[in-house]
Design a protein around this ligand. Structure first.
Ligand code: FES
Length: 92
């Protein structure tokens, strides 16, 4: 019997390489990697993560390939994508 291989795309999450199934949302990819802290609220400094899962609440915003404020729940991963969760952090 032939073994089936699951296709994956290579992405970078905060500088670390990860292999994700094509078609996965960026939010699901981050959660799969154990990440719940997608950004830091610029006012309160609290960690924020996905809430609505359908592009409405903006809690899941990350930087993708240098584009800030991308809603991770409605963006799909693609080969070579760079995902940065540090945008929106409060400076020192
Ligand atoms: S989880 Fe609400 S916009 Fe993405």
């Amino acid at each position: 019997m032939r073994k089936r291989t699951v296709p994956r795309v290579s992405v970078t999450i905060d500088g670390r390489s990860a292999r994700i199934r094509p078609g996965t949302s960026v939010a699901a990819a981050l959660l799969e990697q154990g990440r719940w802290d997608f950004r830091t609220d610029p006012v309160s400094g609290t960690a924020r993560g996905p809430y609505c899962g359908m592009g409405v609440c903006l809690e899941c915003e990350v930087t993708v390939d240098g584009r800030p404020a991308v809603r991770a729940c409605i963006e799909r991963v693609r080969e070579g994508m760079s995902i940065d969760t540090s945008a929106g952090e409060v400076g020192p």
